[in-house]
Ligand binder design. Sequence first.
Ligand code: PMP
Length: 372
Amino acid sequence: MSGRRTYLDYNATQPLRPEARDAMVAALDVFGNASSVHAEGRRARALIDEARESVAALVGAHPGEVVFTSGATEANTWALSAPWTRIALAGTEHDSVRAPAAAIATARGAEVIELPVSGDGRVHLDGVRGGDGTLIALQLANNETGVLQDVVAAGLWATENGARLHTDAVQAPGRIALDFRTLGAATMSLSGHKIGGPKGIGALVIGAGAALDPLFAGGGQELRRRAGTENVAAIAGFGAAARAAFRDLEGAKRLGALRDRLEREVLAVTPEAIVIAAEAPRLPNTSSIALPGASAETLVIKLDLMGLAVSAGAACSSGKVGESHVLAAMGLRSEIAQGAVRVSLGPDTTEDAIAAFVAAWKGICGGTSLAA
Ligand code: PMP
């Protein structure tokens, strides 16, 4: 493959930030076991403590509330693992929330309540009964559409009705202001690689009072809440990425303007295209654009051949032919859902990248096919 690539798939993963890379390389030489009391161990412990403070600062949490995990999949699984009798969630949640909920329903007979989703991707709490043993899982921002949920209102509802709220906030940091303290969630999942840190590291933020038994039994790491010798380099990289992501917020307006330009120009080239959830509050970096009747898989492949990286639906579900469960839950007709491409921007995205996307889109969909 030759020529420059244009990467517009930040919601799948963000390129490793130089700061995160440097922190990881430096941490690889800090070989001590963070549980050891000697100087080598204390050096590793210091790196973990620093990263914990950085991640906590990014999301408005207390460092003592941040527990490092192997990623957001583990964090979501953990939050759902308590002995809930009822779990309420929408079909727009990520598979790492939906699958553990389904597994718990089968294994323990917990009642799973499917929350209604309107056509713009917003989730409603209608019909949920509260009470002890009820967990509401409501993501902060959707990875496919960028649609934001009113987690604060859900948190208030949960408090008033004796339920607990878990929020998957993986796609939010650095893109929208995030304050765990005012969110009203008992637990919140984060992922390192979505903010320019390494893959395979994440965190569950556990608010004071939200008791949660460890998922793994073993050593006393992570304040006895997550057994297993810590991945110090990944944690240090996550911490460095969190410090950098803090500064990204200043660029969120610019990102929103770039995304809006992309949507405007795509609609000008292909007026039949549909911007999914265009009117809903959304992340500033995300656009889900459907070309009714088209195959998103084909569009993604053609764009890739032209040097552009985007996704058909979620990265984890592209590669297998089928409809996005998120768009299906929003009630979109299959003809639309199957033609939906996700474009997601990041702090390094330039005007040129948007122009390159629009030119390629025009070439593929706007009449004159450049893809032959
Ligand atoms: N939740 C959401 C909304 C995501 O986008 C992802 C990553 N696709 C995850 C959870 C899982 O995160 P991780 O890759 O860290 O397991």
